[in-house]
Design a protein around this ligand. Sequence first.
Ligand SMILES: [Cu+2]
Length: 499
Amino acid sequence: MTQDYKNFLNMDRRKFLQTAGVAGVSAMGLGACALPSGFRIEQQPLIQPMVEKSKDGMLDTQVSAQYGSFNLGGQNVYLRCYNGRPVGNTLDFRAGDTVRLKLTNNMPFIGDFDLCTSVDGIENSPRGFNITNMHVHGLHVSPKQPSDDILIWIDNEKSYQYIYDIPPNHPPGTYFYHAHVHGSTAMQVASGMSGCMIVRGELDDIPAIKAAKEVVLMIQTQRFDEKGLCESFSLLNNEDKTFINGQLNPVIRIKKGEVQRWRLCNASHMMPFDLKIASYRYTTTMPMTLLCRDGNPLKATKEIEQIRMVPGNRADILVKGFDPGVYFLSGGDAAGTIATVIVEDDEVPDMTLYAGDLPQVPDLTDIPESEVTYGRRLEFDFAYGTHPKFTINDKPFSCDDPWEIPLNSVEEWEVYNHTAYPHPFHIHVNPFQVVSGGNVDPGTWMDTLEFPAFERIKFRTRFLDFTGEFVFHCHNLMHEDMGMMQAVTVFDPKENKKA
Ligand SMILES: [Cu+2]
C-alpha cells in the first residue's frame, strides 16, 4: 500500500473552512453598482461555461480529455480537464434529440490498463489516472455501447464516439457529464472533468419560467497542491476550496423584481453542500422556488430556504430579487461562502415568480407498493485489511458478478449504511422514487440520495425501457474507486440473458 493511500485512510477530522465575508479575492473591478453604503465588491462576476446547443434535433460535440494550464482561485494549476478549461462546455438539448459526443483521451500514456484484471489483488484501489471514459449522469438512456456504457475505457491517444438517443418524454432539467473509469473517477472529477447538461421539455415552455435568465452553477472542488498539481490521491480528502464554474466566490447579480433560473449541480467528488442565500449578517435568507430535483420536475413548485445537495445532485430553482443588498450563497459549515449575490436596486418591470403545478413526465408516476415485483436489501460497509475496501453486500466491485434484473421489473430497495460515513447512493439509467430517508420528501424522484452514517434509505424504481449492464455506486467517488460499486444487468426474459 502506498503512503499516499495510507494517508487517505487516516481520514483526518474535517477541516472547517469558513470563507469570511467578501474579503479575500481581488480581481477585475465591476464598475458602479448599487450597494449598501460602505460596501465595495472587487470580485469577478460569475461567468458561464461555453454553451453548445442542439440544432434540428442533433447536438454533435467533441470533448478532449487532457491536461490544461489555467488560473484557479489565484493559483496557476496544471490539471486534467475537458478542452483545456476548468469546467466542460454546457450541452443544451431537448428531449427527443440525439447527442453525439466524441471523446478523445489526450492525456499522456501511463501504462496498460484493464478494468477487470486484478493487479496483486488491488483492482479496487485508485489507479489508471490517465485512462478515461464518459458518463452522462442522470440521463435515462441506453447503457449499451455506443451510449452510456461506463464499463469501457478509452486508452491514451484513442477516441470513442458516444451516441445518446434522448427519449422524447425525458424529464427536463439539469444533468451533468463526468469521467467514470472505476479507479480514476475520483482523481479525474476532483481535477475538474465535468460539465453541465440541460435537457429541455414542456416545463421550459411555461412563460414565467421561460422568461427567467438561466444561470448554470457547476459546483466543483478541484484539488491541487502548492505546485498546482493533482497527482496524489490523499489530496482528494481535503475539505479545501469550492469553485463555481472555475471561479472562487464569484458575484451573481439580480435586479430588484428580476427572476432568474439557477441550474445547480454538485459536481464535487466528495463534498455535500447545504445551500442557502443568506443576508450579510446571516439574519435572513432569500427564498428559493424549487422546480426539479436531479432533473425530475416536482408535482408543484415548492418554496424553500435551504437545499442539501450531495455529490451528484442537481436542482433547478427560481430566485427573485426582492430586497436590494448583498447576500451570500452559503454551502454550509464546511464550505462557507461559495458565491456572493447582489440584489441591485435599479428596478426592472416586476417579473412573475412562477408558483403552481409543473408538467409531469409519463414515466414518473407514483409507484404504489402493489406494483413492486421484487425487493432487495443492500448493505454498504467498510472492510478493514491489508487493502481496505468499501463494500456492497460484503463485496467490493467485481466485473464478474452483475445482479440480473428482468426487464419490466419494479423493485423496492432498502439500503443500509453500516459505516461511520455518509454515502450518496447513485444508480445509472433509471431514477427512483424515494419511500423514506435521505433528507428529501417521500415521493420525490431522484437519481442520487444520501444515506447518513448508520441510517437507511428506501426507494422504488422501474426497469422498463433499457436492457444492458450498468452500475450503482457511492457518489463519494473515493469510496467508489475503493470498491463501493455494483453492476446490474437488465435482461429481456424473452431473449437471451444479457442480450
Ligand atoms: Cu460512500
